[in-house]
Design a protein around this ligand. Structure first.
Ligand SMILES: [Fe+2]
Length: 385
């Protein structure tokens, strides 16, 4: 029986456009499906990308109301007042235009506007009861894959932990994934978000619940991001490199529903929740240390990851896997991402409480190829210090 493939359900947006210029299809799509009024969720910092979309929507006879104050790490203390001040009767569709945080807030506003369910009761898997609004996502970073995933993450201020709502209702109706939207992204954000996408693929491939359907996306995502990320960081105007990384990030998003991430993400959450370290930076600096911890439990999988990253030559799986870890550390360094917890100002005496917090992220730790105890988490943070 061990060879019987486990069941797997893939949920993807029914309309999914990828490629340079596809953002121009958004207004036509919305007209076609009967949208009359839009709530556009975005940030003022990307107004050069926002204004043309607003013009196209208005030209199509669609009214546009805007929420443009989404913070980099949105918390419940932001989300609940934001939801409360909206009148759900004013819009039939929510558009998210921005990075992962913006898309997550857009997804949650679409889910909770006009419905009577408290968000606090929906953290976890499959607890959201529905969605009243049409939902469209246009990512402006190549990272979270939120535009196709059933996940949305918010910070819970009460315990300084990032928490996820995971539900089929959070998969958008349409996603327009346009690499031109990432051309003006600064190198540091390109690097952090790109590594995050790479980690989605790696953690889905080396995962207790890995599945051949998702393996395809994961390995291909690793190839595309690993091969072109440095170019996208150092030559941001290279549309070919931007396209490769964005496609890889989209593939990473496909991994997030059916298989999802593991210990790198679980251990990175306290860094974001408590110290507000950018998600991709936190993942990047924990990545080599978690991989070295995990490798003995799944050497063949990590050797495949290494080969997808471009590692060549002989050696047994453990040796090839280690060369992959070294390549990842080098890539992160070459892209200018901080390398240690001390470098980003984390106090060493915070490690025990961070380890205790990470142990609460059981929805991801259960996927990790090797069991992580609290002592293990302390040792991984120490190695990253
Ligand atoms: Fe992530």
């Amino acid at each position: 029986m061990s060879n019987v493939l486990p069941p797997l359900t893939l949920l993807q947006p029914p309309t999914l456009a990828f490629g340079a210029g596809v953002r121009g299809q958004c207004a036509d799509y919305l007209s076609r499906v009967g949208t009359k009024s839009v709530l556009l969720v975005t940030t003022v910092s990307i107004s050069p990308l926002v204004d043309p979309l607003v013009e196209q929507l208005r030209a199509a006879g669609i009214t546009v109301e805007t929420v443009d104050d989404v913070p980099p790490e949105p918390a419940l203390s932001y989300f609940n007042p934001c939801l409360a001040r909206l009148d759900a009767a004013d819009f039939d569709t929510v558009i998210g235009l921005g990075g992962g945080s913006v898309l997550d807030v857009a997804k949650l506003l679409a889910a909770f506007a006009g419905r009577d369910q408290a968000i606090g009761a929906t953290f976890g898997i499959g607890l959201l009861g529905g969605r009243a609004k049409r939902l469209v996502c246009l990512p402006t970073t190549a990272g979270t894959g939120s535009e196709v995933s059933p996940n949305a993450i918010l910070l819970d201020d009460a315990d300084e932990l990032k928490k996820g709502v995971v539900s089929p209702w959070l998969v958008p109706d349409a996603a327009f994934v346009d690499p031109e939207l990432t051309l003006s992204l600064p190198p540091a954000i390109t690097a952090a978000t790109g590594i995050d996408a790479l980690v989605h693929c790696i953690e889905a491939y080396a995962n207790l619940h890995a599945h051949p359907v998702v393996d395809l996306y994961a390995l291909e995502g690793i190839r595309r991001i690993g091969g072109r990320m440095h170019r996208a960081v150092t030559r941001g105007d290279d549309l070919a490199a931007r396209s490769e990384v964005m496609l890889g990030a989209l593939y990473g998003g496909f991994c997030l529903g059916p298989v999802n991430t593991a210990a790198v993400h679980a251990l990175s959450y306290p860094l974001g929740g408590r110290f507000h370290i950018a998600h991709g930076v936190a993942n990047s600096l924990l990545l080599p240390h978690v991989l070295r911890f995990n490798a003995p439990a799944a050497p063949t999988r990590y050797a495949e990851v290494a080969r997808a990253l471009g590692v060549e030559g002989a050696g047994d799986d453990s040796e090839v896997a280690e060369r992959g870890v070294e390549l990842l550390a080098r890539l992160s360094r070459d892209c200018g991402i901080p390398q240690t917890l001390s470098e980003i100002g984390i106090p060493r005496d915070a490690i025990p409480s961070m380890a205790a917090s990470a142990m609460q992220v059981t929805r991801l730790l259960k996927n990790n190829p090797r069991e992580v105890t609290e002592e293990d988490a302390v040792a991984i943070y120490e190695a990253a210090y």
